[in-house]
Design a protein around this ligand. Structure first.
Ligand SMILES: NC(=O)c1ccc[n+]([C@@H]2O[C@H](COP(=O)([O-])OP(=O)(O)OC[C@H]3O[C@@H](n4cnc5c(N)ncnc54)[C@H](OP(=O)(O)O)[C@@H]3O)[C@@H](O)[C@H]2O)c1
Length: 222
């Protein structure tokens, strides 16, 4: 039996990841590390395959408990308010998580990212993406800084030996779609909108397919 840890699971994208994971992996135990368990839907809280560990990102003891026996981690963590701190607490949390993964031999990490983290080798020019990133940079620095820093961390020494995938999302929507295209910015394929449900479908599929290990695909609606 496998054990999958899901982070950021109290937001709509994270909740969709839980639902697809429960649907596809009936034999798996799903562990949720959350600071606001009251936000989880009742049907998830009462599911016998779900194990909830409560804690803040800074709570290392609770994180240790959540990581016990875990084989893979999927995360939809990200800043969700305009008052989000500017010093990238989520990216700093990922640094600690990567260290703790390495100590425990946990290899696989799939995270939500954005185009604020660029792929210097594979990305090309896209006016739409350029405008979006510039807008975030100017009007939501805290959000820009989180994902930009996370990209640097994953590609740097802290991400070494970890089979990470950063799934870079554009504008997230509530559309009822699951089809996606994945590629790189400026490749003429990837668009500017992605249904949260489609993001979650992509994450859970990629966990099994492993097509984007140590890569930063930009993903949009098909
Ligand atoms: N809206 C868009 O168009 C768009 C575009 C690109 C990227 N994004 C990013 O995509 C992510 C997912 O979006 P979403 O709308 O599905 O979910 P969301 O409501 O923004 O949820 C984000 C998740 O991260 C957690 N979180 C945020 N700050 C935290 C902190 N300091 N400590 C612990 N947990 C924290 C939240 O926990 P709590 O529930 O406890 O707050 C929640 O589980 C967001 O981070 C957002 O920044 C959004």
């Amino acid at each position: 039996m496998s054990r999958i840890l899901i982070l950021g699971s109290t937001g709509p994208s994270g909740t969709d990841i839980i639902r697809f994971a429960l649907q596809d992996r009936a034999d798996a135990k799903i562990v949720l590390f959350v600071r606001s368990p009251q936000k989880l839907p009742e049907e998830i809280k009462s599911n016998p395959s779900v194990n909830i560990v409560e804690g803040q990102l800074e709570d290392t003891a609770a994180l240790e408990q959540a990581l016990e026996g875990v084989d893979a981690i999927m995360s939809a963590l990200g800043p969700s308010s305009s008052s989000h701190p500017k010093d990238a607490p989520i990216a700093q949390f990922y640094k600690k998580l990567l260290r703790m993964m390495r100590e425990r031999g946990i290899k696989r990490l799939l995270v939500l990212g954005t185009a604020s983290a660029s792929d210097p080798v594979n990305d090309g020019f896209s006016l739409g993406y350029k405008a979006m990133v510039l807008g975030v940079y100017m009007f939501y620095w805290a959000g820009y800084n989180e994902f930009h820093t996370l990209g640097e961390i994953l590609r740097g020494p802290e991400g070494k030996d970890i089979e990470w995938t950063m799934v870079r999302v554009p504008i997230l929507t509530e559309e009822d779609k699951v089809g996606t295209v994945a590629g790189y910015i400026g490749d003429g394929k990837v668009g500017l909108r992605l249904a949260r449900k489609a993001f979650a479908r992509f994450m859970v599929d990629e966990l099994g397919k492993r097509e984007w290990v140590c890569k930063m695909p930009a993903v949009s609606n098909a």
